[in-house]
Design a binder for this molecule. Structure first.
Ligand code: X2X
Length: 345
């Protein structure tokens, strides 16, 4: 063997050793299981989205990435407002989370909770798929969490155990459970109600024992949680806000994966989110009102607002909209308004 070939053979085998040890290091960085957090369980569209994502990832990575779902935000003892911080810190590896629950840490996510900003699904789509969605993803990323896809919890409708709501006056003094952003306290205070912030875990017993009179949530959550059985007999469809979901991964976990696996996880999130949105929109529209029919069949009185009644709620919450426009960022909200205006063009 010539010296040059010996050197070549030697360097090739050294290169091979370096490569395989790098591959080994990479694989040994992989955890045997990744913890994925969600608020509700896998019977809900939200949870189904997480389940589809997990299954696609397992299948497409041939088991290299194994996801275990933790419903009930159990990794933060049910306190969903601490979920984002726990993802950032690595206590949670992955999540499909609501923009509402993460808005204490990323205040711009409050944009979806601006009262009566988004009149229809086309408006929601225009925001998440457009410039606003892009900016929000960049803010989530800057906060240390890798965002991959937009899903949907849905339009949040109001229910209560006292009486039909057709005007703000009907809500006077009503004790209503709201989610963990102060924007909701402002909105319901402006409407004359008495809002109390609590986690979803605490809300269900509070509804059952009458500590609170009502709540607001998408119909899939209302129905899946059987809220008619805890006295929530009056339901008003007012489409005042909708909360998108975000499919995310902790940044260190993300960086520990090979580029190929990152691409698989991202594509799986996009595919799962698309399916999840379809599931979330089933049965709750005038074209397909099967879930509304099921709810009515349980003896629930469903109220749909006339345009005039709707306008009274918009006017009553206008000062809240203006106050939060400043807090969220005038530019971002103006971008949203522009995109909504142009949504059907
Ligand atoms: O707590 C709620 O109301 C829920 C389940 O919709 C969210 O996590 C935002």
């Amino acid at each position: 063997m010539k010296l040059s070939s010996v050197v070549k053979a030697l360097s090739l085998s050294v290169a091979a050793m370096v490569c395989s040890s790098a591959a080994f290091a990479q694989n040994s960085n992989y955890k045997s299981e990744y913890k994925l957090s969600i608020v509700v369980n896998t019977q809900f569209p939200w949870g189904k989205g997480a389940e589809i994502w997990s299954e696609l990832v397992k299948e497409r990575t041939e088991g290299r990435i194994n996801i275990k779902i933790y419903p009930g935000t159990s990794l933060v003892q049910g306190d969903q407002t601490r979920e984002f911080t726990a993802i950032r810190q690595g206590l949670i590896d992955m999540a499909v989370g609501s923009t509402i629950n993460w808005s204490p840490q990323v205040r711009q996510l409050n944009i979806f909770s601006m009262p009566f900003l988004m009149p229809d699904y086309a408006a929601v789509d225009a925001l998440v798929q457009g410039e606003v969605g892009k900016q929000l993803f960049s803010l989530i990323d800057k906060a240390g969490v890798v965002p991959l896809a937009w899903g949907e919890n849905g339009y949040r409708q109001i229910s209560n155990s006292k009486q039909p709501i057709t005007a703000p006056a009907d809500m006077k003094g009503m004790k209503l459970r709201v989610v963990g952003s102060p924007l909701y306290i402002d909105t319901f205070t402006a409407l004359g109600a008495n809002p109390v912030q609590m986690s979803w875990a605490d809300a269900q017993p509070a509804l059952a024992n009458g500590a609170v009179d009502g709540q607001e949530n998408p119909l899939s959550i209302y129905q899946g949680s059987k809220l008619h059985s805890v006295g929530q007999k009056y339901l008003t469809l007012w489409n005042y806000v909708a909360d998108p979901l975000v499919f995310v991964v902790n940044k260190n976990v993300w960086n520990s994966w090979t580029e190929q696996d990152r691409e698989i996880v991202r594509q799986a999130a996009l595919d799962a989110a698309k399916q999840e949105i379809e599931i979330a929109r089933k049965g709750v529209t005038p074209e397909d009102d099967s879930m509304l029919k099921e709810i009515a069949a349980n003896g629930v009185e469903i109220t749909t607002l006339t345009p005039e009644q709707h306008e009274a709620f918009v006017q009553a919450t206008k000062p809240v909209f203006d106050k939060w426009k400043e807090r969220i960022g005038v530019e971002l909200v103006d971008q949203a308004l522009k995109d909504i205006e142009n949504r059907n063009k």
